[in-house]
Design a protein around this ligand. Structure first.
Ligand code: NAD
Ligand code: GLY
Length: 364
C-alpha cells in the first residue's frame, strides 16, 4: 500500500492507495484515530459490489454507521439529494463529531463532500473513491459541489477530506468507458506537469488495460502526487491550480451542449485537450508542433474521442461564455507549450477558437 501526504497545514491528510484495501477500511480508520458515528453515502451500483465489505470492516472495528443511497447519475448531484443527506443526518441524530464516508465515483464524492462541508458548518469527511477518475482527481484537492440546473458544480465549497482510501481493485467492476474516462485525467496530469509520467502511462497500454494492480497503484499514486503539488501551492484556485483545468474549457462546453448525455467527463476533456493543443499551435505558443496529433493518437488508442463531429459551432461558442472559467468577461484557456508545461492565457481570439472547432468537425 502506498501512502501520500497532502500537505495543507491543519487540513493535511493521507491518501492510501493499494489493491484490496477497502476491506481493511475499519482498521485503517481505527489506526488513524477516527472517532464518532459514520454515515456512508453511496449509490446502488457501487453498493452492490462494495457496501457489504465496507460495512463488515467498519462493524468489525466497532464503528456505528448508517447508509444512505443516492440514485446513480450526474443529475442526482443536486441540492435535492444533498437535502436527503441532511435529513438522514438529522433523523439519525448525527452530531458534529460524525463523519460522512463517500463510497463511489466523483458524483458521490462531490455530493457527499458538499453535505459534509455544510452540515452543522462542517463534519468529518472520508473519501473511498471507486472510479479511476475519482481516485486520481475528484477525491483529492477538496473541491465539493452540487449542480444547478443552469450549470455544473455551481454550488459548492472547498472542503478537504480527512482521509482518502483508494482501492485499485475496484476497477475490476468498472465499465471500460468509465476507466478510459479516468485515463484522460491521468494523461492530463502528465501533459501539464510531467512528461516522463505521460510517456510511461501512454506507453503501457497492456499493463493498464489488464488492470495490473502494482502498475495501477503506481499510476494512481503518480497522478495524486502531481495533483497534490498543484493543490498544495494554490488550494483555493486563486491562480496556478487552474492548470488542472487543461482541456476543461472546451470539454465543459461539449458536456453542456450535449446535456451531459453523450460524453463522459474524461471523454469531453480528451477532446478539449486536443482542441487546446491545436489552439496553442495556431496562436504560436506550442514549441512541439506535432503535439495535437500525438495527443489525439494516444487518446484514440484508449478509445477516447478526439473530435466534435456534427456539433454546432455556434452552440459551443455560446456555451464557452457561461463557463466558470470566464473572469471579468474574458475566457481563460490552459494551453500547452510542450509536454509537461502549460500556460494560462486569456487573449485567444474567438475566431481562432471557431476555426479549431470547425477543423475538429464542428458544423455550422
Ligand atoms: P460517476 O461518479 O458518475 O461514476 C461513473 C459510473 O461508474 C457511475 O454509474 C457509478 O455508479 C459507477 N461506478 C463507480 N464505481 C464503480 C465501480 N468500482 N464498479 C462499477 N461501477 C462503478 O463518475 P466519475 O467519473 O467518477 O466522476 C464524475 C464526477 O466527478 C463529475 O460530477 C465531475 O464534475 C466530478 N469531478 C470532480 C472533481 C473535483 O475536483 N471535485 C474533479 C473531476 C471531476
Ligand atoms: N479537477 C480540477 C481541480 O481539482 O482543481
Amino acid at each position: 500500500m502506498e501512502e501520500l501526504k497532502i500537505d495543507l497545514g491543519v487540513r493535511s491528510y493521507s491518501v492510501l492507495i493499494g489493491s484490496g484495501i477497502l476491506a481493511g477500511a475499519g482498521k485503517i480508520l481505527q489506526e488513524r484515530g477516527i472517532k464518532g458515528r459514520l454515515l456512508i453515502v453511496t449509490n446502488p451500483t457501487v453498493a452492490r459490489y462494495y457496501l457489504k465489505p465496507l460495512q463488515k470492516s467498519l462493524s468489525g472495528a466497532g464503528y456505528d454507521h448508517g447508509v444512505i443511497k443516492i440514485p446513480d447519475g450526474e443529475s442526482y448531484k443536486s441540492l435535492r439529494q444533498a437535502n436527503r443527506i441532511y435529513d438522514a443526518l438529522v433523523a439519525g441524530e448525527y452530531d458534529r463529531k460524525a463523519t460522512i464516508v463517500a463510497l463511489g465515483g466523483g458524483v458521490i464524492g462531490d455530493l457527499a463532500g458538499f453535505a459534509a462541508a455544510t452540515y452543522m458548518r462542517g463534519i468529518g469527511f472520508i473519501q473511498v473513491p471507486t472510479t479511476l477518475l475519482s481516485q486520481v482527481d475528484s477525491s483529492i484537492g477538496g473541491k465539493t459541489a452540487v449542480n444547478h440546473p443552469r450549470g455544473k458544480n455551481m454550488i459548492g465549497a472547498f472542503y478537504q477530506p480527512q482521509l482518502v482510501i483508494s482501492d485499485v481493485a475496484t476497477f475490476r467492476t468498472l465499465p471500460e468507458r468509465e476507466f478510459a474516462s479516468g485515463l484522460a485525467e491521468v494523461i492530463k496530469h502528465g501533459i501539464i506537469l510531467d512528461e516522463n509520467y505521460f510517456r510511461l502511462v501512454s506507453g503501457e497500454r497492456e499493463n493498464l488495460l489488464s488492470l495490473d494492480p502494482d502498475f495501477l497503484t503506481w499510476v494512481v499514486a503518480g497522478s495524486c502526487v502531481i495533483k497534490a503539488r498543484v493543490v498544495e501551492e494554490d488550494e483555493m484556485e486563486t491562480g496556478r491550480r487552474a492548470i488542472l483545468n487543461f482541456g476543461h474549457t472546451l470539454g465543459h462546453a461539449l458536456e453542456s451542449v450535449t446535456r451531459y448525455e453523450v460524453y463522459k467527463h474524461g471523454e469531453a476533456i480528451a477532446v478539449g485537450m486536443v482542441a487546446a493543443a491545436r489552439i496553442a499551435r495556431e496562436h504560436g505558443l506550442l514549441q512541439d508542433k506535432g503535439l495535437p496529433e500525438q495527443l489525439a493518437a494516444v487518446f484514440a488508442s484508449f478509445g477516447l474521442p478526439v473530435a466534435v463531429p456534427g456539433l454546432s459551432v455556434q452552440e459551443l461558442m455560446a456555451a464557452l461564455q457561461v463557463d466558470k472559467k470566464v473572469e471579468y468577461g474574458k475566457l481563460r484557456w490552459v494551453l500547452p507549450r510542450r509536454l509537461g508545461e502549460v500556460v494560462i492565457v486569456d487573449d485567444i481570439p474567438a475566431a481562432l477558437v471557431e476555426q479549431v472547432i470547425r477543423e475538429m468537425g464542428g458544423a455550422k
